[in-house]
Design a protein around this ligand. Sequence first.
Ligand code: ADP
Length: 750
Amino acid sequence: MPDTSDGPLRILLVEDSPEDAEIVQRGLRRSRRVPPPDLAHVSCLEEALDRLGADAFDFVLLDLSLPDSSGTETFAAVHEQVPGIPIVVMTGLDDEELGAQLVREGAQDYIVKGEVRGASLHRVVRHAFERHRNRIALEQAREDALEAARAKSDFLSAMSHEIRTPLNSVLGMADLLLETGLTAEQGRYVGALSNAGETLLELINGILDLSKAQAGMLKLDASPFELETLLESTLEVLAYTAHKKDLTLAYEIHPDVTRGLVGDRARLRQIVINLVGNAIKFTDQGEIVLSVTPAGDSDDEGRLRFSVRDTGIGIPPDKLSDVFERFCQVDSQATRTRGGTGLGLAISKELVERMDGQMSVESEPGVGSTFSFTARFGIDQTATSSPATSPDGRRALVADDSPTERRILRALIERHGLQVHEVERSSEAVAELLRARKSGQPYAYAFLDCRMPEVGGFRAVRELHDDGFGPERVVILLNTNHRPGDVSECERLGLHGWLLKPTTESHLSVLLDERTIDTAHTGQPDELPPLRILLVDDSPDNRALVCAYLEGTPHQVETAADGAEAVARFKENLHDLVLMDMQMPVMDGCAATRTIRAWEAQEGRERTPILALTAYAFAEERAKSADAGCDAHLTKPIRKAELLEAIVSAVGSSRVIVEVDEEIRDLVPGYLENRRTDVEKLRQAVETEDHGTVRTLGHNMKGTGGGYGFDPISQIGAVLEQAAKQGEWDGIRMALDELSEYLERVQVAE
Ligand code: ADP
């Protein structure tokens, strides 16, 4: 852009009337304060376009009615010829509307002929030019700022990766150290080390997220998801922390909210985790309730409002507007004891704004806070929702001391067509159930909270049993940190089932037994047969959680509390799948997996898929479990949908079933065994860089694999032979890994 702040403006005046041209020229020259412009004059469009093509002008003063063009066409032609140049159009007295229209289309300004003359004409032109220049400078500055933000974000992303890698090792090592026999004092120090590392990791992730959002680099995903499933799996993770603090955690989705949405589920999850996580952090007693309601009109059903209400410490009014600022922590003392980075809300606010929504907060110190946000989602037209069932005369009793939990469970149960009666205490529940039995109209279901003041749900059941087994199906409501043994107690007492809080629609429908499990809901494909699953974990809570996830699926779960027990159970029952915790006392997951793999090989049994469960997604841990013989890896905290997906892919993909001709059937095991020996020979050949052996073995496989029905062996053989000829050792290694994996998975059809 030419800098004309001091020098004369180079103006092209396009005007066919000699008189009007003269008036304008005089007016422009009469200014005393600034140098007169360098003025060129033409009187038709064709000439104007020629001059603009030949010389550099700063400005065009354009009459719209020319002999060879008129009105908007005149403007469009000049605008197109030199798109960046500022243009002030001149209209007749009766054409003012046209001038205004052209300003909307990109002209700098318009002058009504005869109204502006002399020095003021000069001023109009000068100001129009200044405005133009400022706009361009502003655009450039914005572009520069964005570019700088992008560079900062790139730098942060590279740096955070560099910091994260060693930090992960520090955390992993601290974890391993905690497993060794430490004194109480040493344990405390290592625990503090681990906590500080976690906070640092959180901080790095937060800074990275925020800088990405501010550099406009945050891309939101738009894929279909089920709102309820997403909230369910998100809250399952948070429930444990809430229940440990004895807090009620509940959620409710308004019946008018569309469940099948399109949007960025991971980011929505991040916001919910942040808000509910804060609510748990800053609440010492009472409840946290997440509710989702429609936020738009009926023709804008993708617009939703999420509110997280807590009964926590609250926020003073003068601090309310600061909480969304970066690094804001209202009470540094409280934050020191409760942890946090001060970035969560700033990131959530950015994310919400990207989702076309707004975040707000209301709070009263000592009473509680409500953080709300709106967001717009697409609607998944392919999703189906289950309509509410009309009342069918059956009744359910709900006994829970929390009015919020009673209200939410009532709404869920009523959708299944049952009538609900609520009570607050166990004693009332027992009395009401017995009364109903006597009146000949017993309840169909009784939902009893396991923890109520005075007497818990289990005691109530025993009292009821003393009176004889009744017709009602009893369901116990458990907290995620329930006592070990509570689940088996439900079985021992012959109860209908148990529900883990927060109560979810999908778990409830399984218990109410009205519709078979919605396959999309649980991620359970129809074709997966019922599996016998061995769950190995030393933590009773984790066992209960995974059992809860698998409840309602056709699979049978057997549990073991350490590696040694797992090996014994496995040899006895030959499960279809093993879920193996890695860190356990007595015998850890790696050792147990190795023992199982060795036993399978010795017995000539096919390989059973083993999924490793570990606390951290460290590459080293993953490598360790894969080395021991695990097929896949799940990171704790485990989420239901991920678990179900992992099961499907482990069982679905681990076996390659091959049909072989009847005549050669008895030769096949020997053929495959020889190829396994080849793998060993090939590994040695790679070590000694012995091309010849690789080439010969590859050549043999190429020629025989297809004949036995194993086409991939032929293909891998061809690759090996070719790579050996060219001395490509990396290619040979890859083909060798592929071969070894194929041989582990392949199985002959019965
Ligand atoms: P942090 O990681 O410190 O929680 P956030 O940005 O998520 O960072 O929150 C900023 C601050 O806002 C917190 O440190 C806390 O002082 C306040 N705050 C957030 N949520 C709540 C809540 N539910 N109740 C009380 N104070 C809250």
